[in-house]
Design a protein around this ligand. Structure first.
Ligand code: SF4
Length: 341
């Protein structure tokens, strides 16, 4: 055991259950070795709320995840990040002023729109969603949230990930011509009022660098070399990649797919590399798990044992994630709408 590991263990021992360390699946093994709970972003935010005895929560992930934990926990619980600069580039592709502008361009609630905001978004965007009566979604439950919108006779305005929006719309049988891309860098989002009339889904032109690194060429290469291999990718991958894969799903759904595959299967997985390598290690000897491409989230990688130890030792105010009460209340509303479904 190295010295840093020993020091972290000693601090954890001292704090007992008043300290909770949360680790996202995309973190490196040396960080997850210290986590009390490991999961996806929403699972971890809910765990934080369940552990009401924890006075201090250290979130090893990216900023939007720590924000959700702060929103779902009591005001007395303080949420810290080992590296406060670990943000999600996709979450930053949508902000509240741009969302309000888009809402006006689309015609808002009067034109039958309801926002569906991916949890990979800022607290401000979630708050705006709550204000407009919409719901958050995750990559596991996006289909259910879209169906909830359609069951009310409404239309989906999905942000910030284009690919999750398009793939979900596809999964539930929405025709291509009824799905429109809203590009915030263009006047009026590049949306023509005529095409908007018959649209059922509008998706924000945002993307994840990690999941758009998977390509149809990589799939063709796997199929030509190992024809019996199965390929599963995350729905943040482009539609063309999802269509050529055998399956697609969230992190938990990918794990279940691998775990329920017959012995001797060869499975190529298109998601973040740290998670794929852990899956491969856990399944070694039963199923062969390979990365479709070596795609690493640079922001997730900003957390390491060294900055985890620093935050546990000094508890710097600069590393606290504290969402303003008014924003947290509205953001909570959009998370609640999803949790009720
Ligand atoms: S993997 Fe993509 S969506 Fe997830 S934190 Fe990294 S950049 Fe953001």
């Amino acid at each position: 055991m190295n010295k840093i590991t020993e020091e972290i263990d000693a601090i954890r021992g001292k704090w007992g259950n008043k300290l909770l360390i949360l680790g996202h699946h995309y973190q490196r093994d040396s960080v997850l070795a210290h986590a009390d709970e490991i999961g996806d972003s929403l699972e971890l935010a809910r765990k934080a709320a369940e552990h009401s005895e924890a006075e201090r929560i250290v979130f090893c992930g990216v900023r939007f995840m720590a924000e959700s934990a702060d929103i779902l926990t009591s005001r007395e619980q303080r949420v810290f990040m080992p590296d406060i600069g670990a943000g999600c580039p996709m979450a930053r592709m949508a902000d509240m002023p741009a969302m309000r502008k888009a809402w006006a361009v689309l015609g808002g609630a009067d034109a039958g729109w309801l926002p569906v905001v991916y949890v990979n978004s800022s607290a401000n965007v979630k708050a705006c969603c709550g204000e407009f009566g919409g719901s958050c979604c995750t990559s596991s439950n996006a289909t259910r949230v879209f169906e909830w919108v359609f069951s009310q006779g409404k239309r989906v305005f999905c942000l910030p990930d284009e690919h999750l929006g398009v793939n979900t719309a596809h999964d539930i049988g929405i025709a291509d011509e009824q799905i429109i891309i809203y590009d915030p860098s263009k006047p009026f989002g590049g949306v023509h009022p005529e095409t908007l009339k018959s649209a059922r889904v509008v998706v924000w032109k945002g993307f994840c660098l990690v999941h758009t690194a998977f390509t149809t060429q990589q799939i063709a290469q796997v199929r030509s070399v190992i024809p019996q291999a199965k390929i599963i990718v995350h729905p943040e991958a482009p539609k063309s990649v999802v269509r050529l894969s055998d399956a697609h799903g969230s992190t938990s759904q990918i794990r279940k797919y691998v775990e329920s595959s017959p012995d001797g299967s060869v499975i190529f997985v298109g998601t973040e590399l740290n998670f794929v390598q852990r899956l491969a290690k856990n399944q070694a000897g039963r199923v062969m798990v390979k990365a479709l491409s070596q795609s690493v989230c640079a922001n997730m990688s900003k957390t390491n044992e060294q900055n985890l130890l620093s935050v546990l030792s000094d508890w710097p105010d600069a590393n606290v994630v504290n969402i303003a009460k008014s924003v947290a209340e509205m953001a909570h509303k959009s998370l609640d709408a999803m949790l009720k479904l």
